[in-house]
Design a protein around this ligand. Structure first.
Ligand SMILES: [Zn+2]
Length: 275
């Protein structure tokens, strides 16, 4: 690995599997769409990472972690980072403080139990949906970073606490906390491009997504030295053949650039935020 990469690329994989289908009580076809993740997609992603020798960060709900234990073992055996993503893929904006605290503690414990006691560094809110106090609880649970906000693109930043916005008094900024943010964005996520949903057809041509992702790569390479380009993928979505072929092209485009490395988010943060 290069000592100081010009650019780091992070492949982040939200391994939702059937966690939210279980919580919602989804009907059979929707359930089976989710099951494609652990059954097919996750295996293809693990194999791609193995063949290209790239580490990834897996955000895994507790239900997935404890149900699809072969995936959990393969993630750890592959040298990947295991990070948290709710238990049943809950919408944290809808949880009470006590419920959120309980889900976070249970998730941390599940990771500790499969890693010999390691506290997970990362949390990503399911649906990128946060309640007013969620990030405070995330920090309290011992996480060092969140990956659900959008205030930057190629740079991590510290989460602020105590911002006040009022139509009478205007805006007063709060203080920076110890919790880091690794920012996300829809264009860099497979789901809005490829999955049908409210207000969108989904099912984009992989070439269109490859164009967006490689242009981000090129722009960041020129304009954000030392920065991070992150993509978010879901095994049940990216795992389809034509999309895996696109992801492989994206990975190869990144690896073809000089001094570009793939890394886990915990390691990227450790090497860029230490004094
Ligand atoms: Zn998710």
């Amino acid at each position: 690995m290069t000592d100081k990469p010009r650019l780091t690329v992070a492949l982040t994989i939200d391994h939702d599997a059937i966690s939210d289908s279980v919580r919602r009580g989804d009907p059979p076809v929707k359930f089976s769409h989710a099951e494609f993740g652990p059954r097919v997609g996750a295996k293809r992603l693990l194999e791609l990472c193995r063949r290209r020798a790239i580490p990834a960060t897996w955000f895994v709900p507790g239900h997935t972690l404890t149900t699809f234990t072969d995936d959990t073992e393969a993630i750890l055996a592959g040298g990947h980072e295991l990070a948290c993503h709710g238990w049943f893929h809950e919408d944290f904006a809808e949880l009470s403080v006590d419920e959120a605290r309980e889900v976070l503690a249970r998730s941390v414990e599940a990771v500790r139990s499969v890693t010999g006691g390691e506290v997970p560094a990362g949390f990503r809110a399911p649906y990128w949906s946060l309640g007013a106090r969620t990030l405070e609880l995330v920090a309290e649970a011992g996480f060092s970073y969140d990956s659900s906000l959008m205030a930057d693109d190629y740079r991590t930043y510290r989460v602020r606490s105590g911002d006040r916005h009022s139509t009478v008094d205007g805006t007063t900024w709060g203080h920076e906390t110890d919790l880091f943010e690794v920012p996300v964005y829809w264009a860099m996520d497979d789901w809005p491009h490829f999955e049908p949903g409210p207000g969108r057809s989904g099912l984009a041509a992989p070439s269109a997504v490859l164009e967006i992702w490689t242009e981000e790569l090129r722009y960041a390479y020129e304009n954000a030295p030392g920065g991070l380009v992150m993509v978010t993928v879901h095994p049940e979505c990216i795992g389809r053949g034509h999309r895996m072929a696109m992801l492989e092209r994206f990975v190869d485009a990144a690896l073809a650039l000089d001094a570009v490395v793939f890394d886990r988010l915990d390691r990227y943060l450790a090497r860029t935020t230490q004094p």
